[in-house]
Ligand binder design. Sequence first.
Ligand code: ATP
Ligand code: PRP
Ligand code: MG
Length: 282
Amino acid sequence: MRIAVPNKGRLHDPAIDLLDRAGLHVVDGADRKLYAQTVDPDVTVLYARAADIPEYVADGAADVGITGLDQAEEADTGALVDLLDLEFGSCRLVLAAPEDGDIESVEDLDGGTVATEFPNVTRDFFAERDIEVDIAEVSGATELTPHVDIADAIVDITSTGTTLRMNRLAEIADVLDSSVRLFAREDVADDEKVQQIRMALESVLSAEGKRYLMMNVPEGRLDDVKEVLPGMGGPTVMDIAGKEDVAVHAVVDERAVFETINALKEVGASDVLVTEIERLVE
Ligand SMILES: Nc1ncnc2c1ncn2[C@@H]1O[C@H](COP(=O)(O)OP(=O)(O)OP(=O)(O)O)[C@@H](O)[C@H]1O
Ligand SMILES: O=P(O)(O)OC[C@H]1O[C@H](OP(=O)(O)OP(=O)(O)O)[C@H](O)[C@@H]1O
Ligand SMILES: [Mg+2]
């Protein structure tokens, strides 16, 4: 089983970090290597450019891949199965034009030129609206093109909006909401190993923002404590050898920890421990 991961750029570190936290540690990932082993002898990492990953997966060079939805939509491959939203690399593809120009709507671009690194997505966007545009494919610095008479507008990535603002461009329309996904080729999407990888990654995302609470509770107050701890499927209750108290464990939303601890103290809980959770396999 080969998993394609961005070899550099902004997606590389978070992708490797996520695999790590999922327990799929890369063991010989020296820089500039094409392949790396993981702790699972059946899983190899293949490093590739984010833009090439959909094609690698579609062609069988890899079985699953981690890259942006924007790249998957742009790639000229058959459909890949979008197995899991990995919740990083969130950005939008937008149509934008000079702030002080005459392009204010999508229709104003009829007969015009749009520069982009995403020609396929852009072509589809205008075709769906029956608007004829010429597409100027560029490989970077797209934001400059409307100011040097190469294009009337652009379709490009934005997240904070800083780059558009710095280049005096205004958003005209949303083209695509993107985030990084785990993609699989259709014929392997249901394979056991692929599903194990999906579940391992999902368990890291599920644990994010959750805390594990442990405490001692007098047995007579257990019902009150349960009221305070809605938890996931109720708390775990254990006897403590030679003691009247019972031990109670529960998973709680990080944002609710402060309030929950105060409420727990009020109903008689003591020795409350709060710990982080690495993974949560549901
Ligand atoms: N500003 C951004 N904020 C969030 N996500 C982004 C942003 N820019 C790009 N992305 C996501 O990262 C993916 C990879 O971006 P890109 O291909 O530009 O690589 P990079 O990290 O800039 O490295 P390089 O361009 O040097 O290969 C994009 O397809 C998109 O999904
Ligand atoms: O809305 P913002 O937060 O300003 O982000 C948008 C910018 O981020 C990306 O560029 P990147 O930083 O990856 O540089 P690149 O052109 O070298 O890929 C993208 O191509 C935009 O230019
Ligand atoms: Mg970039």
